[in-house]
Design a binder for this molecule. Structure first.
Ligand SMILES: NC(=O)C1=CN([C@@H]2O[C@H](COP(=O)(O)OP(=O)(O)OC[C@H]3O[C@@H](n4cnc5c(N)ncnc54)[C@H](OP(=O)(O)O)[C@@H]3O)[C@@H](O)[C@H]2O)C=CC1
Ligand SMILES: CC(=O)N[C@@H](CCC(=O)OP(=O)(O)O)C(=O)O
Length: 342
């Protein structure tokens, strides 16, 4: 084992998934695990699926506990990362699963999160043009939100190649683990089971500015984004259906070729064979994003669909992928590409 990792928020969904992946990582050894109110508990009482770690005791989340590791994964509620990160020296790679360092625009941060902007770190979506180079050797990484991971991966080839107008519509369905483990009335089984509902409608969701930031950077011009999240009764997974007007002269063949070319060398983002459409079940537990694209000739729109596991490629897998780049390891170390099915 070459490196040690600490995980803050180890009792939560994102922290638990980081640990599941690290247990299979050939180069990273698991060190300190921390939590909030559950500090002092055995991990086995809270994350019984992580069998080899059952007897690890959760510690309080302090910079002192997390210091001394090569990499620290922060899987904490928004707003808690900056105070810890500033006490961890540059010798430690800090990978933040939360939103605190994702946005470059302080006004957008203030508008959607309502707190002072903590700063901006390299954005952990290696597939975006130029991102991989910025992540290699980085000391700080901001892991993308789960919806922006899915929607950005679905749309970036079309926007990067100028095949669509910079005016996109994204409707993305998410499983309930996206909302975290802390109890919330709208996530009670009797509210969620057998029902699907839109929320954060009308540009209100805090992932709107993240989408705009990502897609405008790819297009090299401002992109208008209409994003609607939908909560669906499943534990894991995101299916993002994205559309945009095709530019005059854009053929279905040109679209397919752009996606094929831009995704050909990606280890985790795959264009499915023509006619096969992504399903969340094809990605469960894998660090993959499965993509399909078509042109709706009658409507003059491109339709791109991506499926991910929100906890794997959408959080913890993305975090480990970026940590690998930051630590100088092969990008794919410890990351599954095969899902659990059926
Ligand atoms: N779930 C998802 O799909 C995604 C999550 N993320 C991000 O990952 C982060 C964690 O999310 P998630 O795992 O879903 O949330 P959970 O609610 O499942 O877990 C939160 C974790 O933070 C700990 N915690 C809570 N309050 C404090 C505190 N005051 N001090 C120290 N630790 C605290 C909790 O410990 P305890 O058990 O002791 O309360 C728990 O370990 C969030 O920032 C989220 O935005 C990012 C992308 C997707
Ligand atoms: C289903 C659900 O509630 N999903 C979360 C997004 C999860 C995610 O990616 O979020 P972070 O930005 O918190 O990292 C939400 O809509 O707020």
């Amino acid at each position: 084992m070459g490196f040690t990792a600490a995980v803050a928020g180890a009792s939560g969904y994102a922290g638990g998934e980081v640990l599941r992946l690290l247990l299979g990582h050939p180069e990273i050894e698991i060190g300190a695990l921390t939590a909030g109110g559950n500090a002092g508990s055995r991990l086995g009482a809270l994350q019984p699926h992580l069998v080899p770690l059952a007897d690890h005791v959760l510690q309080e989340t302090t910079a002192d506990t997390l210091a001394g590791h090569d990499v620290v994964f922060l899987a904490l509620p928004h707003g808690r990362s900056a105070a810890i990160a500033e006490r961890l020296g540059e010798s430690t790679v800090v990978v933040d699963c939360g939103a605190d360092f994702r946005l470059a625009d302080p006004d957008a941060w203030q508008r959607f999160y309502g707190s002072p902007h903590a700063g901006t770190w390299p954005y952990g979506l290696p597939e975006l043009p130029g991102a991989r180079e910025r992540l290699r050797g980085a000391r700080r990484v901001a892991v993308p939100g789960c919806y922006p991971t899915a929607g950005t991966l679905a749309l970036f080839p079309a926007l990067a190649d100028g095949l669509v107008e910079p005016d996109v519509v994204i409707v993305a369905a998410s499983g309930t683990s996206g909302a975290g483990k802390a109890p919330k009335p709208h996530l009670l089984g009797s509210e969620v089971m057998g029902s699907a509902t839109a929320y954060g409608v009308g540009g209100a969701h805090r992932h709107n500015p993240e989408f705009t930031q990502n897609l405008s950077a790819v297009a090299g011009a401002p992109v208008t984004v209409s994003f609607t999240p939908v909560l669906v009764p499943m534990p894991r997974g995101i299916l993002a259906t994205c559309t945009a007007p095709v530019r005059p002269g854009t053929t279905a063949a040109a679209v397919r070729e752009a996606y094929r070319r831009r995704l050909a060398d990606e280890p985790f983002v795959h264009l499915l064979p023509e006619g096969t459409w992504p399903a969340t079940s094809m990605t469960l537990g894998a660090n993959t994003a499965l993509v399909q694209v078509a042109v709706d000739e009658a409507a003059g729109r491109l339709v791109a669909v991506a499926a991910i596991d929100n906890l794997t490629k959408g959080t913890a897998g993305g975090a480990v992928q970026s940590a690998n780049l930051a630590l100088g390891l092969p990008e794919t170390s410890g990351l599954p590409v095969s899902a659990v099915a059926p």
